[in-house]
Design a binder for this molecule. Structure first.
Ligand SMILES: [Zn+2]
Length: 431
């Protein structure tokens, strides 16, 4: 489930970066945060993009204690003394009073998107360098890239910034293949316990991430943070990718989850597959969710976690449900087959890989049309543009062509079907 944000993207404000701010954040006991900003000139306002968090902000002031004037959409920084200021934010109170995805408390830890706590120093393209210090026993985790000990984020990415975790955290680094050597997926467990040994949770994360890395030809982010939220259940629950200013994924995992449930899980592979594709902000939800829904069974079968028959049965059983998930998946399967027929073997996976390694991952925010054009350019023929316009799929005819025949609770794969070879290439990943 990719986060769906209806936003007016400030495409017009893309002038070259001017000012930068060094921001120091102190995580104090009780999960209260204190910030000091040391900026070059040019910052005109401080903006807290999560408006519900404003109630829990205090002491927005210049370094000498002079309060900054509140405006409807932020705090005004006086032009002549604009370089040092700060504020405090009570993250625990925010989680207690607003909660949900604005700031979620689990034990002595909190998960919150960057926009809930970091104010954007608004100017012309302000770069933020964030240094974090914590009271004893508390720590911080983020998908933001770290350079020379400081986290980096473009001020204009803060509104869509990824998840971050505060407080009592436990973390393990999972190393994965990447075209430039090695990717690191930081698995961060929020405060709680699991009935299973942590090694088994990590093994499930690793095999899911490796399966996704195999599909893309490398893990789709050089650094990413997976926040695992222990919940009072036995299942793998809701997950979400947010990729502004670095890739982060949140996933609810039942404290009493069993080995069998983890072996059956599809949610983590689904979420990790989102990391490899740009975020499409304008009506591209069918394409993003269709992609993840379509490739997840293929990824698990390719990795040997499932049989080919299982994967085709999943797709065949799911697609009649239509909607953005399964309807999108059906459109992409039909497009994939058409691509392979028109290009002697290049399909949707080749388009995904080409866009990822040429342009970037989910941290890009693209128009749907931009993705369609980049995909078709990679394949060399405008198949996706065609299918995006006419998304209806004749499923019975498609399954006959592919030779996927329903039999009892499963499927039979027929080798005498016209597109049997493409079907096997889709599943095996013939390059
Ligand atoms: Zn999804």
């Amino acid at each position: 489930v990719a986060r769906w944000l209806l936003l007016c993207l400030l495409l017009a404000s893309g002038q070259a970066g001017a000012a930068s701010c060094d921001v120091a954040m102190r995580i104090e006991a009780g999960l209260r945060l204190a910030f000091t900003y040391d900026c070059e000139a040019g910052v005109r306002r401080l903006v807290l993009h999560e408006s519900r968090a404003a109630l829990f902000v205090a002491d927005v002031a210049l370094a000498d204690g002079t309060p900054l004037a509140a405006a409807s959409d932020g705090w005004v920084v006086p032009e002549d003394r604009a370089t040092r200021f700060g504020y405090r934010l009570d993250l625990a109170a925010l989680a207690q009073n607003v909660g949900r995805l604005t700031a979620m408390r689990i034990g002595d830890s909190i998960l919150a998107p960057i926009a809930s706590w970091l104010m954007e120093p608004e100017g012309s393209g302000v770069a933020v360098r964030l240094a974090v210090a914590s009271a004893e026993g508390l720590s911080f985790a983020t998908g933001m890239p770290r350079v020379e000990g400081r986290y980096r984020i473009d001020g204009r990415d803060i509104w869509a910034g990824g998840y971050t975790a505060f407080g009592r955290l436990q973390r393990d680094e999972i190393r994965l293949p990447h075209p430039r050597g090695e990717a690191v997926l930081e698995a961060v467990r929020l405060d709680g316990t699991f009935a299973l040994p942590v090694a088994e949770i990590n093994a499930w994360v690793e095999r899911s991430a490796r399966a996704v890395a195999d599909f893309y030809g490398g893990f789709p982010a050089e650094h990413a943070m997976l926040a695992i939220l222990p919940m009072p259940t036995r299942r793998v629950g809701f997950g979400q990718v947010m990729a502004g200013g670095g890739v982060s994924i949140m996933l609810q995992v039942g404290s009493d989850v069993t080995r069998e449930v983890l072996n059956e899980d599809w949610v983590l592979v689904h979420e990790l597959s989102h990391v490899g594709m740009p975020f499409l902000f304008d009506r591209g939800q069918w394409l993003m969710e269709g992609m993840a829904t379509y490739v997840e069974p293929l990824i698990r079968a390719r990795a040997g976690l499932r049989t080919p028959e299982w994967a085709w049965h999943e797709l065949q059983a799911g697609m009649p449900r239509s909607g953005i998930y399964w309807g999108g998946a059906a459109t992409l399967l039909a497009a994939d087959l058409a691509m392979r027929k028109q290009t002697s073997g290049r399909g949707f996976e080749h388009c995904l890989r080409a866009v990822l390694w040429k342009h970037g991952n989910a941290s890009l925010r693209w128009r749907t049309q931009q993705f369609i054009e980049a995909c078709d350019a990679a394949i060399g023929t405008p198949v996706l543009a065609e299918f995006a316009t006419q998304r209806e799929v004749d499923l019975p005819a498609l399954w006959r062509e592919l030779g996927v025949e329903p039999v009892g609770e499963g499927v039979r794969l027929r080798d005498d079907a016209p597109a049997a070879r493409s079907r096997d290439a889709i599943l095996r990943g013939a390059n």
